[in-house]
Design a protein around this ligand. Sequence first.
Ligand code: PMV
Length: 354
Amino acid sequence: MPTYEATVSAPVNIACIKYWGKRNTSLILPTNSSLSVTLSQDHLRSTTTSSTSQEYAPGDRLWLNGREEEIVTGGRTQVCLAALRQWRKEVEEKDSAAPKMSEWPLRIASYNNFPTAAGLASSASGLAALVYSVSQLYALPQTPSQLSLIARQGSGSACRSLFGGFVAWEMGTRDDGSDSLAVQVADHGHWPEMHALICVVSDAKKGTSSTSGMQKTVATSSLLQHRIHHVVPARMEEISRAILARDFTTFASLTMQDSNQFHAVCMDTSPPIFYLNDVSRAIIAVVEELNRASLAQGKGMVAAYTFDAGPNAVLYALEENMHVVVHTINQFFPQTQDFPDPFGMLASPAGAGA
Ligand code: PMV
């Protein structure tokens, strides 16, 4: 009996317009659309191998970085696998010669090429790689946008990692979630000069998970209502236009405004959620000053900061300015402790894109 196998990689994505809030927690339907940049495959990525065989012992099994994880019944991984099996069944119904893989147990092993404990988003790349590898194993005909419908149910932001470059997650309007999916705004080749620098401020595990933080924000923040109705829709259009026009100053100012509003919404939550620390705020001040000085000379902005649900900064800059950004950050924030960086990727700017 043959064993079938597929291996793929999916990179981390970092949002410029943040997803924060679910209107449906089981289907993972967001309260607003979001937009991100997918980092290069050469840097932060998850690599996943899925295999299936009629001879495997019953039950699916999953390993993350060599450690077996339980696939919880009704949990997110299981929801993704059930949806992928359903699509495989459709393939088998259309083609009677196709092996009945949908009935066989799965073995899935996933590795991150970056330290998992570093406080860097790993669920997005992990779930995207899982969904994509099983879709390849099953030879599914679905497009990446259709696959994003499934990845979204594993971890919301994972849906955006199915594409490289600049990616929007459209919130959709339907209750069944069938139009809440990722679409590519522009590929990496459209703006290859865009680079990202990841500044690890703290590798401690975050205090409030995104899942519980979002729930509290949706339940208590009036600022979130303003954000989702009056801010994000226009911002999504403006940033998409800025990306298509390769207008870094507009891209940067929208990215920073959105990061700041996301953290304001966290503070407007009851009880308030604080993800930034003093070093994060100092990074904001340094980048703001770099930009102020550059604008004063009649030039464009130099860098944009953005922070997810933790204190670590991601700085976007054009390649021509990245040396100034790296130099300035190193000057103000000399490395205080050794960081496990086996691939040397955190010392150098990561090129965005697939
Ligand atoms: O997909 P989650 O549940 O990890 O939430 C991600 C939330 C943010 O990273 C803060 C924002 C985003 O759009 O990625």
